[in-house]
Write a protein that binds this ligand. Structure first.
Ligand code: 5AD
Ligand code: SF4
Ligand code: FES
Length: 351
């Protein structure tokens, strides 16, 4: 095991069989793994943790992912859409608190067509000129991604969810595994900073599936990777299944850091939901980004993708302070810059 971990640290690569072996036999070696991951993130990003302000602007969704509380068949959800003014107000408050990245997230909501989104993006860029915009709004056509990029969007989050086709199909009855992959590739081709990622502890997920997720990421080389534990939501078909664990998620975060040393890796809210200290533990496993919520408190509880999501009653200013305290207590410090991927940060120095 020690040899395999050293090989991974030194080459940032392992074969599928080797990775699977590491995942299967990690007990007793977790501390070494986490230490290697932390050492590597420090080499590139020091002790900085980048902050992103998350705005959940619509919880309407035309998709029906079996794990997600916002799926279209969940009739218990109180659906909402924020107006342009409300979204700009969130940005304004975020900007005042120091945020220079806004992550606009929604379900797959056809109401927000290209025209509406482009107008929104342009308004945000005009008012908050040096802030980066990240979209997390699901699958769209190449043309749509292209128009949004031209309107000023910098980054796009589209998790691959799972790299195993049979598992993907079982979770997304009316979605296409190949189209998901095509979307991620389109985003890459269009020069977005791209975030892929997956859930840990999905029902019927095996270590083989996880090894495949890691190698898919290695091949893709995304700028960002979102990894969180599966948390069951009672009003979904997976409501009776067990949650993923913090430990297994930490292992996946650390392995991702070793495979992609320069990646921007969020310590996800889902981890903070399962364990009060989950986000701190992620920072101690190679994570270097947090995404506190900027959505109006009036709608926060309605964006319940999984059960008991934290921060649903807390003002943006409260979360900003709370997370800073947590980051500091874990031995890290807040960085409020745009926080582009390091390859772009370097590039910018020369222009
Ligand atoms: N548990 C954990 N993560 C979930 N997501 C959706 N539903 C759940 C759940 N029940 C994740 C998906 C999606 C992201 C926005 O949230 O990976 O891409
Ligand atoms: Fe919709 Fe995203 Fe939830 Fe799937 S994960 S149901 S696309 S909000
Ligand atoms: Fe929202 Fe702690 S980050 S209350």
């Amino acid at each position: 095991m020690k040899n395999l971990l050293n090989k991974l640290r030194d080459n940032n690569y392992l074969s599928y069989d080797e990775l699977l072996k590491v995942i299967e036999n990690i007990d007793g070696y977790k501390d070494i793994l986490f230490q290697y991951a932390v050492d590597l993130r420090k080499k590139y990003y020091g002790t900085d943790v980048y902050m992103r302000g998350l705005i959940e602007f619509s919880n309407y969704c035309s998709k029906n992912c079996k794990y997600c509380g916002l799926r279209r068949d969940n009739k218990k959800v109180k659906r909402y859409r924020l107006s342009t003014e409300e979204i700009l107000d969130c940005c304004k408050e975020g900007y005042r608190l120091g945020y220079r990245t806004f992550v606009l997230q929604s379900g797959e909501d056809p109401y927000f067509d290209d025209e509406k989104l482009i107008s929104l993006v342009k308004k945000i860029k005009k008012n908050f000129n040096e802030a980066a915009i990240t979209l997390s709004i699901g699958e769209r056509s190449f043309e749509s991604y292209k128009k949004l990029k031209n309107a000023g969007v910098d980054r796009y989050l589209l998790r691959h969810e799972t790299a195993s086709e049979y598992l993907y199909k079982s979770l997304h009855k009316d979605m296409s595994f190949s189209n998901r992959r095509k979307c991620i590739k389109d985003l890459k081709d269009l020069n977005y900073q791209v975030g892929a990622g997956f859930m840990v502890g999905l029902p019927n997920q095996t270590n083989k599936d996880l090894a495949r997720d890691l190698l898919f990421l290695k091949g893709l080389e995304p700028e960002m990777v979102g990894i969180g534990p599966f948390i069951s939501h009672p009003d979904t078909p997976l409501g009776e299944f067990e949650n993923g664990t913090v430990e297994k998620t930490r292992i996946m975060l650390a392995l991702t850091r070793l495979l992609l040393p320069k990646v921007l890796l969020p310590s996800t809210t889902a981890l903070g939901t399962l364990d009060n200290l989950g986000r701190e533990k992620a920072l101690k496993s190679g994570a270097n980004v947090v995404m506190p919520n900027l959505s109006p408190t009036s709608v926060r509880k309605d964006y319940e993708i999984y059960k008991d999501k934290i921060c649903t009653g807390d003002e943006a200013a409260h979360c900003r302070k709370c997370i800073e305290g947590r980051i500091n207590s874990a031995g890290y410090k807040v960085n409020m810059d745009r926080g582009d991927h390091i390859s772009l940060q370097k590039f910018k120095k020369y222009i």
